[in-house]
Ligand binder design. Structure first.
Ligand SMILES: NC(=O)c1ccc[n+]([C@@H]2O[C@H](COP(=O)([O-])OP(=O)(O)OC[C@H]3O[C@@H](n4cnc5c(N)ncnc54)[C@H](OP(=O)(O)O)[C@@H]3O)[C@@H](O)[C@H]2O)c1
Length: 263
């Protein structure tokens, strides 16, 4: 639970217990925000201790966001804190590697959709009306560079991230001129537990070069605070790939991606 009560602005970050989300929360704490950080595991408590050392008041909350009730219970706890959200970062997400036809499990894929799509819609539905009523707020949705290419051997993941990107741009337009902005963060491959957890540790992409998660988080927070529509997270090569993906045929990108994601 929080150690003090402050007048600092408040940021809500899902998936703050690990990887990019931890770094986004750290970046926001450094820039003067208090943090409601969520995680499925107990790591969210140790992350909270680290953020408190930066001077933030931190509310660590545990939630499984792959179920409707998990999201609703989390939202109830956020409301009990009794403070308006200045920022909401909808970041928690997973991938699943492997052949869709022969390897992967349908239940796992439906859980991915529930977390990467349903929970984003669900939380945005809870967050946006309050921000709109106050005429101020910033929402960041962690999509992926995978939104710009087919993703064979992560066949459900890429489409789930394409949803997040398009959802962010759509909601942003609806809210234009209201004081509430929506930004999509599209990281390239980034150094977190993400690929290992997806069962992709031995694939070329899993073993390949990764972007620094601090760089990616900093770029996301910069774009969020500037109210930009989206930002590609990563180094120059990552940004170049995302740019070229706009012009390349889907069939070409699918073959290229399949070659590095194949088990
Ligand atoms: N790393 C990459 O290469 C990469 C590239 C592009 C986009 N992204 C996106 O970046 C976001 C963060 O990924 P990451 O790289 O930081 O991965 P990560 O290190 O595996 O972290 C994922 C986060 O999501 C949380 N989470 C997972 N399942 C959950 C569930 N059912 N309910 C609630 N929280 C859950 C995890 O909580 P616990 O750890 O507590 O279980 C963790 O905080 C994801 O949306 C991902 O799609 C990542």
């Amino acid at each position: 639970m929080p150690t003090t009560s402050t007048n600092r602005p408040l940021a809500f970050v899902t998936g703050a217990s690990n990887g990019i989300g931890t770094e986004i929360a750290r970046e926001l704490a450094t820039r003067g925000f208090d943090i409601i950080g969520t995680g499925r595991s107990a790591s969210v408590d140790s992350v909270a201790e680290r953020l408190r050392a930066l001077g933030a008041t931190v509310y660590p909350l545990h939630a499984d966001l792959s179920t409707y009730d998990g999201v609703e219970n989390l939202w109830k706890q956020v409301q009990e804190i009794g403070k308006p959200l200045d920022i909401a970062v909808l970041n928690a997400g997973i991938s699943i590697g492997g052949s869709f036809a022969t390897d992967t499990d349908l239940d796992d894929e439906l859980e991915l959709i529930a977390l990467n799509i349903n929970a984003v819609v669900h939380l945005a539905k809870r967050v946006a009306p309050g921000m709109l009523a106050r005429g101020t707020g910033r929402i960041l949705i962690t999509s992926s560079i995978s939104a710009t290419t087919p993703t064979p051997y992560e066949t459900v993941y890429g489409p789930s991230k394409a949803f997040g990107y398009s959802f962010a741009e759509s909601l942003r337009e609806e809210l234009r001129g209201t004081g509430v902005t929506v930004t999509a963060l599209l990281p390239g491959a980034t150094d977190s537990d993400f690929h290992q957890r997806a069962g992709m540790g031995t694939t070329a992409i899993g073993k390949g070069r990764k972007n620094d998660k601090r760089l990616v988080a900093g770029q996301g927070v910069d774009a969020l605070l500037a109210g930009k529509d989206h930002v590609v997270g990563g180094d120059r090569a990552t940004r170049r790939t995302a740019f070229l993906n706009r012009f390349l045929p889907e069939s070409f990108k699918a073959r290229r991606q399949g070659a590095i994601a194949r088990p």
